[in-house]
Ligand binder design. Sequence first.
Ligand code: M6R
Length: 612
Amino acid sequence: MCGIIGYVGKSEAVPILLDGLERLEYRGYDSAGVAVVSPESELRVVKTKGRLSVLREHLEQQDPLRGTIGIGHTRWATHGEPNDTNAHPHIGQDGKIAVVHNGIIENYLEIRELLERKGIIFQSETDTEVIAQLMEYYYRKLGNLMDAVYAVLGRIEGAYAMGILCKDFPGQMIAARKDAPLLIGYGEDGNYIASDVTALLRYTRTVTYMEDGEVAVLTADGVQIFDQDRTAIDKPRHTIEWDVSAAEKGGYAHFMLKEIMEQGEAVRKTISPRVHDGRVVIEELAGMEPYLQGLRKICIVACGSAYHVGMIGKYALERLLRIPVDAYLASEFRYSEPLLGDDTLVIVISQSGETLDSMAALREAKKRGSKVLSIVNVVGSSIARESDITLYTWAGPEIAVATTKAYTTQMALLILLGVYCAECNGKIDAEERKAILDEFDKLPEKIDGVLSDLKIYQEAAARYFNQDSVFFIGRNLDYALGLEGSLKLKEISYIHSESYAAGELKHGTISLIEPGTLVIALATYTPLIEKTRSNIVEVRARGADVIAVATEETAPYVKDQADELMILPKTHPLLQSVLGVLPLQLFAYYVALNRGCDIDKPRNLAKSVTVE
Ligand code: M6R
């Protein structure tokens, strides 16, 4: 979604802004812009529809935008189509105040009409311009910029992270946040704001996360932060452990491929701090045994791929804990008046920790008296901070829009959590615990093994990249896995794809199978392999081409029914999907490559979805 960067310091601002925006490109955007206050105290804005390369061309065609203070933005259109006028920054009618904004101002129409009645003429269709115009209006009226900022914050409703410049204060940048991420970076050469830490890694690793209602005033020499009552506050500074290379391609053609290949190491980082002497140790849950023993239900809530991890969790945790576990789409859960209470644990899963629907579901769960445990990748993100308990996946920055290493690490962590809770509740014996943990130990190596030979996926993709439609089928954990395989394929290759529980196909969807239709059959779940085989036979009988993903153990059951057979090492059944997703990620990647798609930044998508 939209990205924000801001800088005030001793260097020229525009190169820093462009570099920061480039690092935010992965979030998805359709227009971009920058504003600086020049040494002559002029506010200058350049913005355009399209990629950053277009913005760079526009900048080159003008008098250089000089100034050591500036704000930049990549916009993912919500209110108003992607065009030059709707791009950020937006300025007020007097040309004094410039604003970049992430989020949505819900009451913008009402404020716009009010300002229009006062003779203010709007240029764009955006909700953001309302902020700039209203701030100038209050600034004119109250004669004090901070009074105007607080007046605006008191008047607008919705979500925002914003950066503000005013030409009357050429050395000062203001930032404000509510329900959208924003952090402050402290550099040697100046200070920064950004919506995402990756924009700052080149300049500083020392950051402060802004909280809802806070306002910050940044100058070249320092930063002051105020709470919503305008009282100055001290906030902790954090050191970001990721280094710059973690957010670079490192020789790979795409971030997605790099992140696929990093999965062995990422899963190792997720598991190893949490397994000691043959036991799962989750420090964040220390002392919570009585609470865990009293649990009657678990709700896993998430969006997209994280929801698919929740589906795996439903099967795995129910088996381990023998209590009802359900997976919910966060966008539905939040409005479903969920039946919760203090004996229900709500697990929110999110890579970014900023997904608005998941955040809203979290708040709903807390309001209804349940504890929320989140599984999050981005340290210090909003979901991480608002949860009662946060478990980090430690997968490192994930840049490609299509999630890969976040998915596998979330799954590994969720199953570890299941083992931990099962032990607390006396639901797992030492032998089973050992069987699972032994396989956890070997998992990173097995992942690396699968990823060491990509030929079969490249060849399968070369053969099938022209399909119009692809179906995934599987049973139990394989059904949950198919959901992810299907999403991966459609989001980056734009091929229509659907995923079904294998036994469900004959209740309607099988009518879509015709000669040459590609069916990807997930056949890694040993207990139901004979049933899955029958379903493969059914689609083969209707002429489907079948790619089967099996294990060393299940391959003999399906090999005579497969046009392509991808064989995975065997692991514990609960962990098999961690390996099972690898062929699906790679197949999707190579299909998209063959189709010439923009793999890391698929059309219409954003990395972190901060709108409803
Ligand atoms: O950051 P989150 O994990 O909360 O994001 C959830 C989904 O938006 C995300 O998994 C999305 O489905 C990905 N594009 C899938 O690759």
